[in-house]
Design a protein around this ligand. Structure first.
Ligand code: MG
Length: 256
């Protein structure tokens, strides 16, 4: 396994890609509403991506036909946008990546559309908190397993299932680089984290178990037990101090 340490020029490109990702996700989150199709959200994302001078990372990746992976309710990841109409009470996971100057950034979030149940909203909050816990554990000189263990601890604190078959990953010139970052594991194990590593950390939690099934389109992954699932992701950069979150909206970067 070789983990790429990013140099300044590469980091600049990834910061720009990260801002595109943050803005496009924010736009989708603002505009999503009952009655919309998932395809309409994808078109909105693609237009905004191009307007910001970037390209969508996922379109064409291993044949994926759209810009955004849109996964509803018991769907975990890799949902293909289409004619499905979003309904009041749905929880919708939006996973999206962009390329700027040949470098990718990748992020995801889950939106509760309208009035969704308390259990769904708690699952979404816990997934976001698990991501934050993972990011807080990502320190230069620490180990990869510190991130995995922090996510696992937060998820299990609330008794949620942790998806095991899909993981976070390194990101940079390729959308998926080494290392694989499981959402469970042992602190103090795995490769050492070094300044300049760019990682996409992405917990996927469920109200039920961890087992999954792949849909008839060979893309969408759902919980095997039909329980609701939520997904959060950020692309981060390991630094000497706190990790820099490349896919958080940075108001100071008004050049993108
Ligand atoms: Mg990812």
């Amino acid at each position: 396994m070789s983990i790429v340490i990013k140099k300044e020029r590469q980091i600049r490109a990834m910061r720009e890609a990260g801002q595109v990702v943050a803005r496009v996700l924010e736009l989708m989150e603002r505009r999503i509403e009952p009655g919309m199709t998932t395809m309409e959200l994808d078109i909105l994302a693609e237009k905004e991506t191009r307007a910001l001078g970037a390209k969508p990372s996922f379109k064409g990746y291993r044949g994926f036909p759209a810009c955004v992976c849109i996964s509803v309710n018991e769907q975990i990841v890799h949902g293909i946008p289409g004619m499905r109409v979003i309904k009041e009470g749905d929880i919708v996971s939006l996973d999206y990546g962009a390329i700027m100057n040949e470098y990718h950034a990748d992020a995801a979030l889950t939106v509760a559309v309208g009035e969704s149940g308390l259990r769904a909203r708690n699952l979404i909050s816990a997934t976001q908190e698990a991501l934050t816990a993972g990011i807080d554990a990502a320190r230069s000189g620490g180990r990869l397993g510190d991130i995995s263990a922090a996510i696992q601890r937060r998820a299990e604190f609330s008794g949620y299932g942790i998806i095991r078959e899909y993981s976070g990953h390194g990101v940079g010139k390729a959308l998926h680089e080494d290392p694989l970052i499981p959402n469970y594991g042992q602190a103090g194990t795995g490769p050492e984290l070094q300044t300049g590593m760019a990682l996409a950390i992405e917990p996927m939690l469920t109200l039920g178990g961890w087992r999954t099934k792949v849909g008839l389109d060979n893309w969408v992954v759902s919980t095997a037990d039909g329980s609701l699932s939520a997904h959060y992701e950020h692309t981060i950069l390991i630094t000497e101090g706190k990790a820099e979150i490349l896919t958080a909206v940075n108001e100071r970067m008004d050049n993108v």
